[in-house]
Design a protein around this ligand. Structure first.
Ligand SMILES: CC(C)(COP(=O)(O)OP(=O)(O)OC[C@H]1O[C@@H](n2cnc3c(N)ncnc32)[C@H](O)[C@@H]1OP(=O)(O)O)[C@@H](O)C(=O)NCCC(=O)NCCS
Length: 408
């Protein structure tokens, strides 16, 4: 049976969406179809066909991703799926090879994705590059320590949210590596209560802003999972998104959540997952009221090593020779990275590197996650001395830590 791999035509988009949703065990509905129609223009696709019938889907969206010190254009890999009848025959591998060719040719320095399963993408040169915390908080009313009130929280309509939220999001984008910029379509979906993944009974989104001295400086999206027991209310407040540049504003948004009546539990999950440096633990009178689960969010793959390393910024000056190993994901090379005043020059070098690593590990350090020493402990990088690992961590890591809540 003959396999063919090629971009789809507009009239094949519905089948493409259907193949993708079938791969995920979901039905095609108008919400998903709208998503594909809204994102088709400007995207590139590769579909797999067996004897002319589509059996696999893959897509790259042009995205803007925050890197340490700024933002860059990147390839957002999405809509990856192979029909259950056609798995483990190398279809994903072929689609990835075809899909990655174009962004590379277009000079994009980085590709990013969210993985359904963590075992899939390392072989294609992607490394887990950002993580966040799913937080569960019990008895929130009793939970926060006394703290001074700074501004006020105000509920807003969907129209007001659409006007006020983007500026807050954009300000944070400039400071927090791994965030992904939102265009109009992404905002429409972020503020839509019709997401079929949200249970119908909790599909109302409550929208709020925090206003400080200089105006709106934070926003919150949440839902209420209502429940009653013979003892009274047992509802859960589910944070769908909490965004603020200033941790003190984040603290106020947490305070608001803990003061909502009839709520016995707060959950920050999905897009509401919090950055690893969220202040909540320090705000709690009883820090054991909170349970947090570390989750992987954005995976990154460097496509053009010098361009990427010169495109991001650094908080520590220094130099290091990186030996990027050849692997299934591509040919490597030896690169000298010299950082001065927070900016880097990256040039081809010869001879042994101070540090040797693979494409996936390069992806993991790319957005500033402090992990070289951990990768060393896990036997995933090699260094010429312990000092090199400390130096590499100092040069490559970034504060605040990468955080991504945009499920591309
Ligand atoms: C994940 C998926 C796209 C893989 O497609 P596929 O055509 O079966 O993959 P391939 O046959 O090309 O596999 C390529 C390699 O990945 C491995 N692999 C594939 N799926 C994997 C998984 N879920 N976990 C771990 N490894 C996986 C294969 O074993 C193979 O390994 P190899 O390099 O040692 O040969 C397919 O199983 C699928 O559609 N799953 C459900 C939807 C989904 O999760 N999509 C991904 C969204 S991010």
């Amino acid at each position: 049976m003959a396999l063919e791999f090629r971009p789809i035509r507009q009239e094949e988009l519905k089948r493409f969406a259907e193949v993708n949703l079938t791969a995920f065990g979901e039905a095609l509905d108008s919400w998903h179809l709208d998503w594909f129609e809204g994102h088709f223009e400007g995207s590139s696709t590769i579909a797999a066909f067996e004897d002319g019938v589509m059996v696999g889907s893959s897509m790259v969206l042009p995205v803007t991703v925050a890197v340490p010190g700024g933002t860059i254009p990147a390839a957002g890999v999405t809509a990856i799926g192979v029909l259950p009848t056609h798995r483990r025959r190398g279809i994903l591998r072929r689609m990835m090879e075809e899909l990655m060719r174009e962004p590379h040719q277009d000079g994009l320095p980085l590709a990013v994705l969210w993985a359904s399963e963590g075992g899939i993408y390392s072989r294609f040169g992607f490394g887990p590059a950002a993580r966040s915390l799913k937080i569960e908080l019990e008895h929130p009313k009793a939970a926060l320590r006394p703290m001074p009130r700074r501004g006020r929280v105000r509920l807003v309509s969907p129209q007001e949210a659409a006007e006020l939220f983007p500026a807050v999001h954009t300000r944070l984008l400039g400071r927090r590596p791994a965030m992904v910029a939102r265009g109009a379509v992404a905002w429409r979906y972020a503020l839509s209560a019709e997401d079929p993944h949200i249970p119908r009974e909790e599909a109302h989104l409550f929208l709020a802003v925090h206003e400080g001295g200089a105006g709106v400086d934070g926003y919150l999206v949440y839902r209420i999972r209502g429940d009653w027991s013979p003892r009274g209310p047992e509802s859960t407040l589910v944070i769908s998104e909490m965004v603020a540049e200033d941790p003190a504003v984040t603290a106020e948004l947490w305070r608001y959540c803990t003061e909502v009546d009839l709520v016995r539990r707060i959950e920050a999950s999905g897009r509401g997952c919090r950055p690893v440096d969220d202040p909540i633990w320090w705000l709690l009178a009883d820090p054991q009221a909170m349970v947090a689960t570390l989750t992987t969010t954005l995976w990154a793959r460097v496509l053009d090593v010098p361009k990427f390393l010169e495109g991001r910024h650094y908080q520590h000056d220094g130099s290091i020779i990186i030996d990027l190993e050849d692997g299934a994901a591509g040919h490597g090379g030896v690169f000298r990275l010299e950082v001065s005043g927070g900016l880097a020059r990256c040039t081809a070098a010869s001879g042994p590197g101070d540090i040797s690593l693979g494409w996936s590990e390069l992806g993991s350090v790319s957005l500033g996650l402090r992990c070289v020493s951990h990768l060393l402990a896990a036997g995933r990088v090699r260094v010429t001395s312990a000092e090199v690992a400390r130096r590499a961590d100092a040069i490559l890591s970034w504060e605040p830590a990468p955080w991504c809540f945009e499920d591309i």
